[in-house]
Design a protein around this ligand. Structure first.
Ligand code: ADP
Length: 255
């Protein structure tokens, strides 16, 4: 059954904001173990697609299936529980918590609500939980963040903050990781490290979808690329296929 290997199925998704059709009949499948790129000019609907998939927006039309289950309109928290984790284009770290504690809050398995709504006071308790601390330190080591464990995110270089956000997402033990422009603001060396991190994440069995403007990174990392323009999919294929497709070149010339 070909469907068995599909982790995410997006079928006929439309999203209307008042007079604006941000997504129009978007259909795509992402296979388990894939690294998928989502590209397209600014305003083409990429982040809106992430927001629909992760439950932040309810679609106007269409259906989202995750691991074979219909999840259209489910809350972000339920989807996180089901195995989706994401990062944001504009970092959303807890500024008042250290790097280790940012990871700790996402690790706690006793949470019954979203990390965004849960009062942060239990972090004082979790800090003294040996197992949680060990798990947090393991994640920090895995992402090269050990030296920054005690620092506040705001004091760290941007590239490190981005890595903290990825480590926090991975603390949720996702099956699917959605990265929204992870290379934005990174220098060349940081982009290279990001590529290695994403490959190691996939190597651990996690499916990855990334929105990305850095074409070098997309080309070197993704098996398949989906191209959006004005809310519609205009191309889908290998990086080499989409890069040379006339409709893609035309869409970018108008950007
Ligand atoms: P991209 O991520 O490709 O740059 P977006 O998905 O952010 O594009 O935006 C697609 C279109 O939808 C844009 O025209 C944007 O202004 C609009 N849009 C996105 N979110 C909202 C919203 N919450 N309310 C109104 N319009 C929105």
């Amino acid at each position: 059954d070909a469907g068995a290997s599909r982790l995410l199925e997006v079928a006929g998704i439309g999203k209307q904001f008042k007079g604006l059709r941000a997504l129009d009949d978007v259909t795509l499948d992402v296979g388990a173990g894939e690294i998928r790129g989502i590209v397209g000019p600014n305003g083409s609907g990429k982040t809106t697609l992430f927001n629909v998939v992760t439950g932040l927006y309810k679609p106007t039309t269409g259906e989202v299936r995750f691991a074979g289950r219909r999840v259209t309109g489910a809350s972000p928290y339920r989807l996180a529980q089901a195995g989706m984790a994401r990062t944001f284009q504009n970092l959303r770290l807890f500024r008042a918590l250290t790097v280790r504690d940012n990871v700790l809050v996402a690790l706690d398995r006793t949470r019954t609500r979203s990390i965004w709504r849960y009062p942060l006071w239990p972090v004082g308790v979790w800090r003294h939980d040996r197992d949680l601390r060990a798990a947090a330190d393991e994640l920090l080591a895995r992402f090269g963040l050990t030296d920054f464990a005690g620092a506040l995110p705001g004091a760290l270089p941007y590239g490190i903050q981005r890595r903290v956000e990825i480590a926090r997402a991975m603390a949720q033990h996702p099956r699917l990781l959605l990265l929204d422009e992870p290379a934005a603001g990174l220098n060349g060396e940081e982009v290279r490290q990001l590529g290695e991190i994403v490959r190691s994440i996939r190597g651990s069995g996690v499916t990855v979808i990334l929105i990305e403007h850095n074409m070098g990174l997309v080309m070197s990392l993704c098996e398949r690329v989906t191209v959006l323009a004005s809310g519609r999919i205009i191309a889908d294929g290998t990086p080499a296929e989409v890069a040379t497709a006339p409709q893609v070149i035309e869409a970018y010339l108008g950007d």
